[in-house]
Design a protein around this ligand. Structure first.
Ligand code: ADP
Ligand code: MG
Length: 720
């Protein structure tokens, strides 16, 4: 580095004073490579050392409070190398400061009779006295400046002392903190009352002494205006990228599809279905028809609660595509579900002249070959199947529509592949001629709040089904904790079976000894017990390690009423529709996420009889019980998902981990749900003026979007 050149954002971290090559290498391991990275390496906590407390005051403070104290060292004790105790006195009050495994230099730095200043968290000793554990020695620091102020605490970087990290970040802030470009449109920033980027960086890294108590509380909670600003900026960049992706697809040509009378089509669909569409289903169908008539390909996410009737809406789309002379791929995550869809859709399809085929790897090879050949020859309109469809063997000459059911079970890669159906790189031999892109309809696996859907699937247009088809009674749900309640749950199973109904029992584990630490109830063991205790009920077992053929046989037996009770792992979770099942028991329910429990519960109550669901748990953790009560007390999947989001964060919410959208670093969605719509609107406004972000004032935004999506997008990975 030339000596006099000013530091720039893109310089390597070693440009900064205090960052030698060894430290830089250690920080690089944490992704901190350039000076810019340091500015966005935010403190995880703050300690308030603005005020100097007298030792006499400490007794009245809450343990855990950060305090700065001063006094005179009255004695220093070392217990071998393990413990260092320093007693400090001020106006007759004493305080013990203790370090475990102190290093040698630390002991030497304390001298009897010398003045000392210590900063750290207050604790109560066994005898109830105030003490400090591992405080920082800020004697020298305090001699130089009037106050220690509010100190940032950065995430720990292995082998780099916290103090060093603090110094290097401070150096970066001083050198280039004012150079960071502001990506947020000023109007958006002002509208939300948020600081500009330089102010925000300064506040986050170096909160001023004038910070109010309220501001400090917000800062610690991650909700201060400065932090909101970075969250909004991140969401804005993300929404800009998603909107661009959406726009890119809109420029492509869809298969020809205009010229149909929607009302006529709808009548054909209605005639094929054994029930009447609800209003919300009909609105969804119309929205989808409209999208399919447009010159650009449909890219749609159909959302709806468990059991809301997404399949029938998707069927309408199939009918439309087939009328346009096209073929349809309908993909399900499991063979069990593909089988079910093929059964339903071929029955409905037969009424609308759709020729349907089923394809998954559990079928014997001759049958697979037959279906592949028929598909290639154009003798099938609708091909239902599992991932096997994504393999190279399938050849379709006129694919018009791809439907993915229960999206969360599909990995990022499959989805990325689907997006590029036309590119010829995907290994599919699909006739999307003349650069045409087939329509894409994604059916959500689990209802998620709109803000989350816009974040994870913002490149898709959202269509939502409200509520459930009529005639469903709410499922009576109970949380069962003790042995008596557990017996009550199984008594309900017995009763349902005695009346000719069926029951589903779900366990977290397949066989004994699975599931780590605590022993989880397993399907195999439980089925054995239940065969005895529920005699003469016929009890079957289902789990993912059974051969596909065996799984199908079990499901068929349940469907045909040859089994009364099915003990299963979560393979039944997705989409399986068993209208005669009225009772569900979920063992070790605390092992599952809220959204997943709701999804599981959705397996019952699809008929018109009163359904019951029992959440069994032996956990006594208040939080676990509380979570179960949330699901038990609500039937609204959207509300449950929102609650799940609030409690566990996005990463854990079922179906979100694999969405393929870049991960958020600053914008904890549970906290910032409310900013998503604003970010989306602002992104739309910017792109309306400058679709390719080619204007000079958008250069930084373009760079940020590119960096974000390139870093996270799995598409390039697939080439390898
Ligand atoms: P999901 O949205 O969870 O995929 P499904 O499509 O499996 O739900 O539908 C759940 C059940 O509701 C199925 O048995 C289906 O046949 C039935 N169903 C769907 N729409 C209606 C309707 N309008 N009236 C009555 N039953 C319906
Ligand atoms: Mg479904």
């Amino acid at each position: 580095m030339a000596e006099n050149r000013p530091v720039s954002l893109e310089d390597p971290l070693e440009t900064l004073p205090g960052a030698g090559p060894v430290t830089a290498a250690r920080m690089a391991a944490r992704g901190l490579v350039r000076v810019r990275d340091l500015l966005f390496f935010f403190p995880r906590a703050y300690e308030d050392y603005r005020r100097i407390y007298s030792l006499a005051e400490l007794g009245a403070l809450e343990p855990g409070t950060s305090v700065l104290i001063r006094g005179k060292i009255v004695s220093v004790h070392r217990f071998f190398r393990r413990i260092l105790d320093v007693y400090v006195e001020e106006n007759g009050t004493r305080l013990r400061a203790r370090w475990f495994r102190p290093n040698a230099s630390m002991a030497k730095s304390f001298e009897k009779g010398a003045p000392v200043a210590l900063a750290g968290k207050l604790r109560r000793s066994e005898s109830g006295e105030a003490e400090l554990i591992h405080p920082s020695n800020v004697t020298a620091f305090l001699a130089e400046s009037a106050s220690v102020g509010i100190r940032p605490r950065y995430p720990v970087i292995e082998k780099v002392p916290g103090r060093t990290v603090e110094k290097i970040v401070a150096a970066a802030l001083t050198a280039v903190g004012h150079q960071v470009p502001d990506l947020l449109p000023a109007s958006l920033r002002v509208q939300h009352g948020l600081p500009d980027v330089a102010q925000a960086l300064a506040f986050v890294h170096r909160p001023p002494d004038t910070t109010s108590d309220l501001e400090l509380v917000e800062l610690l909670a991650g909700t201060a205006p400065a932090q909101r600003r970075f969250a909004l900026e991140e969401l804005f960049v993300l929404q800009t990228g998603l909107a661009q992706e959406r726009a890119r697809v809109k420029q492509r040509h869809a298969p020809p599809g205009a010229g149909f009378d929607s009302q006529q089509l709808l009548a054909a669909v209605r005639a094929a279905l054994p029930f009447t569409f609800t209003g919300t289903q009909e609105r969804a169908v119309n929205a989808i028809f409209e999208a399919m008539a447009a010159p650009s390909p449909m890219q749609c996410l159909l959302q709806g609660d468990v059991g809301s009737g997404k399949t029938a809406v998707a069927f309408a789309a199939c009918v439309r595509a087939a009328r346009a002379g096209g073929q349809i791929l309908f993909m399900a995550p499991t063979a069990v579900l593909a089988e079910q869809h093929s059964r339903t859709l071929s029955a409905w399809g037969a009424q609308a002249n759709l020729r349907t085929g089923l394809l998954h790897s559990g079928l014997d090879t001759a049958e697979q070959k037959r279906v592949l050949a028929a598909a290639a020859a154009g003798e099938l309109d609708l091909i239902v199947g599992t991932h096997a469809l994504l393999e190279d063997r399938l050849r379709l000459s006129r694919l018009v529509l791809a439907i993915i059911d229960e999206q969360h079970r599909f990995g990022v890669r499959q989805r990325a592949r689907l997006r590029r159906l036309d590119s010829g790189e995907n290994g599919w031999q699909i006739g999307a001629q003349n650069g045409m892109v087939p329509h894409l309809l994604v059916l959500s696996a689990t209802p998620i709040p709109r803000s989350l859907a816009l974040t994870l699937y913002g490149d898709l247009d959202l269509v939502t089904l409200e509520g459930l088809p009529p005639g469903r009674l709410p499922i009576h749900s109970h949380v069962c904790t003790g042995e008596v309640e557990r017996e009550g749950a199984y008594a309900a199973v017995k009763q349902a079976v005695a009346r000719g109904g069926q029951a589903l029992v779900v366990c977290p584990a397949i066989a004994e000894g699975e599931g780590g630490g605590r022993t989880r109830v397993s399907t195999v063991a439980l089925a054995r017990t239940l065969r005895a205790s529920l005699h003469p009920a016929r009890v079957g077992v289902l789990h993912g390690q059974l051969a596909a053929e065996r799984q199908r046989a079990v499901i068929d037996a349940v469907r045909e009423g040859r089994l009364d009770v099915l003990v299963s792992t979560t393979v039944v979770e997705v989409g399986v529709d068993l209208p005669r099942a009225q009772v569900m028991v979920i063992e070790d329910a605390d092992c599952f996420g809220l959204a997943q429990l709701h999804q599981l519960r959705g397996r019952v109550g699809r008929g018109t009889d009163q359904a019951r669901c029992y959440f069994l748990t032996v956990s006594e953790a208040p939080d676990a019980l509380d979570r179960l009560r949330v699901v038990a007390s609500s039937q609204d999947g959207f509300r449950i998902a929102e609650e799940d989001l609030r409690r566990r964060g996005v990463g854990d919410l079922q179906g979100t981990r694999q969405s393929g959208t870049p991960e958020l670093r600053f914008a904890d969605l549970a906290t910032y749900m409310g900013l998503v719509e604003a970010a989306r609107a602002a992104a739309g406004a910017v792109l309306a003026e400058d679709p390719d972000l080619t204007r000079p004032e958008h250069a930084e935004l373009r760079r940020a979007v590119k960096a974000r999506f390139e870093a996270a997008h799995p598409i390039s990975e697939e080439a390898g």
